[in-house]
Ligand binder design. Sequence first.
Ligand code: AMP
Length: 299
Amino acid sequence: MTRLKEVRRARYPHRNWSRQGYESQDKKPGDVKVVRAKNDLCSALEPLRGGRIGLVPTMGAFHEGHLALLRAARAECDTVVCSLFVNPTQFGQGEDLESYPRNEVRDLELARAKGVDFLFAPSAEEMYPPGFETLVEPERLALELEGVIRPSHFRGVATICLKLFNIVRPSVAYFGSKDAQQIAVIERLARDLDLELEIRPVETVRDDDGLALSSRNAYLSPAERKVALALPRALELGAKAARDGGNPVTSARAALDEEPGLKTQYVAVANFAGKRLLAAVQVGRTRLIDNVLLKGAER
Ligand code: AMP
């Protein structure tokens, strides 16, 4: 970085310098480094701490939703770290930890193409060595909606995110709004535990048919996928009802009830990264969540 860039950055730390063509043009895709050990990542990041470090936590099996997070991080940060870790502590009993889609070779190629600097892909033992016994327990925000159906989920999410934040010490961490409650829990974690980092939500990326991209969509048969489309459709109807002065929850639920192939787990309005209409459904053995921002409720 030139002296001028350094001075400007120090003076206006929140400005997005890369949009003006600085770092994003300095970085050529192709030199992503795969790191397995926490200590190796810390050492590699040490000389880069003068710049803005962005972290994108993921469980891999990348789709365009993940890539949107990587793109945002690349545009706004000097160094981009993407973590790839299927975190066992956020899966409950009987959930899909074993069968969760994994494709590290493909993920590495996509990370490379998106200009990621470090792909942190540790083993479960590296993150949870024998004797590990400390978990982060988020309270109220984590007990409703997803927390009712997946009681220990946010404990696992909060624990792995805090660990990643401590290892990477990012200036900013990127999360998808598809998991809006997760963003609310992580924002609260950062506030309550005095973490010095910015949580940056990125809007949900959808397929052309409206279904929110998710690694778990791979489980859907073609017939189930058709059924699953009732979820984004119902949320859009709910959002429209809200715009027209009606009740978004009632409208969305009515639309979901018309689709016999799915089981509705919840439909609710909550203030998670803005006021949103959220829903979770089960289609066959696949659980899907989605949400939409309610118009006029942008934060
Ligand atoms: P996962 O690998 O499923 O844990 O997701 C990693 C990150 O990608 C999380 O912050 C998710 O919220 C985000 N994400 C997942 N699906 C999407 C999507 N369709 N659009 C935007 N972000 C997403």
